[in-house]
Design a protein around this ligand. Structure first.
Ligand code: PLP
Length: 379
């Protein structure tokens, strides 16, 4: 039996997306061409743009398609900073690597804003950082809506209000949140927001940046004026069509969130029954319904990943493995989790197809791996 429990890494392609991709692949046409085939491709882009705009509560003319969440975040961070004369970039300490890297690449002054032990942005630390800016500074805040490792939901509305009152701008990374909870750009009030198709059952390598009405953005990819001059390059029509189909299906499925959370909570209490010293990250704060991140002291993430893979379960850890050494997750460290415990943290992420039977099987196999690890320790 193979059980996939790594939806936050990527989700299985939805049937609706596959059908839309196949249909678009069978049609020839460059959306920039004036003939009928080109107009048909453009119509497909326009329709997909409307679907995604509506899902995000943005205008369709403010959706810029990209090659994924990474590019959408890069465009948001670098494009907003460049077009609006930003002087400083404030980055939440648990942001995805692509956001940290884009901020660094801007060449502007970058400051990390701490999170509290629960994993949510420390709004007092944000207020202090804004306060400490020199007069005339124009900050850009980069903040995720939900964390990829813990699922913890960030106070995006309050943070956005603080930045706007200080004359700054806000870019939101909604890559993990989109399709798992309602994401409405107009309600958050931010200036830009990044999403990605493959996290919600769309194809890999497609994403979008949604902009608030009237937001100025400088392109990162210069070219033939596609995407309203905001991202050059012939559009990935099949990918975009697949993305829109996945969005429709994911939004229709949002009502299942409570059932997914109930499954996750069931698994959480089963695991806690097996290890009294288990630490569940984000248990006491709002988090995504599908995400469970936990650690048991001295039960290394690497050992767990290998044992569970052998038993047929795909899960993940935040720990990065380089040159044979496992490095503790930066997210855990930012949450002040001690290094030893951080290197034991693993993530199980569920989807709408996940069953209770699969989770019970996971808990059984994990419990056996824990007993083996404890026996090895004692030997
Ligand atoms: N932002 C977050 C929070 C993510 O979890 C990911 C993917 O893991 C990304 C950005 C990057 O998205 P993509 O894989 O589409 O480049």
């Amino acid at each position: 039996m193979r059980v996939y429990l790594d939806y936050n890494a990527t989700a299985p392609l939805r049937d609706e997306a596959r059908m839309a991709i196949m249909a678009a692949l069978d049609e020839t046409g460059n959306p920039s061409s004036v003939h009928a085939a080109g107009r048909q491709a453009k119509a497909k882009m326009d329709q997909s743009r409307r679907t995604i705009a509506q899902a995000l509560s943005a205008a369709s003319g403010d959706i810029v398609f990209t090659s994924g969440g990474t590019e959408a975040n890069n465009l948001g961070v670098l494009g907003l900073a460049a077009a609006n004369g930003c002087t400083h970039i404030l980055v939440g300490a648990v942001e995805h690597t692509c956001v940290h890297a884009a901020a660094k690449a801007s060449g502007l002054l970058v400051e990390d804003i701490a999170v509290n032990k629960g994993g949510a942005l420390d709004l007092a630390a944000l207020a202090q950082a804004i306060e400490a800016l020199p007069s005339g500074a124009k900050p850009l805040l980069c903040l995720m809506l939900a964390n990829n490792e813990t699922g913890v939901i960030q106070p995006v509305q309050a943070a956005t209000q603080m930045l706007h009152e200080a004359g700054g701008l806000v870019h939101i990374d909604a890559v993990q949140a989109f399709g798992k909870m309602p994401v409405r750009l107009s309600e958050i009030g931010a200036d830009s927001l990044a999403v990605s198709a493959h996290k919600i059952g769309g194809p890999l390598g497609v994403g979008a940046l949604a902009l608030a009405c009237g937001t100025k953005i400088a392109p990162n990819a210069h070219g033939g004026g596609q995407e309203f001059g905001r991202r050059g390059g012939t559009e990935n029509v099949p990918g975009v069509a697949g993305f829109a189909a996945a969005v429709e299906a994911a939004i229709a499925e949002l009502e299942k969130s409570a059932d997914i959370a109930a499954l996750r909570d069931h698994m959480q209490s089963q695991l806690a029954g097996l290890a009294a010293d288990i630490k569940i990250f984000g248990a006491d704060v709002p988090r995504l319904a599908n995400t469970l991140c936990f650690a048991v002291p001295d039960f290394a993430a690497e050992t767990q990943l290998m044992a569970m893979d052998l038993a047929g379960f795909a899960i993940s850890s935040g720990a990065a493995c380089s040159s044979g050494k496992v490095k503790a997750s930066a997210v855990m460290l930012a949450m002040q989790v001690p290094v030893a415990l951080a290197s034991c943290a693993i993530r199980v992420s569920l989807g709408a197809l996940t069953t209770r039977k699969e989770l019970d099987a996971f808990v059984g196999a994990w419990g056996e791996a824990l007993i083996r690890a404890r026996a090895n320790e004692a030997a």
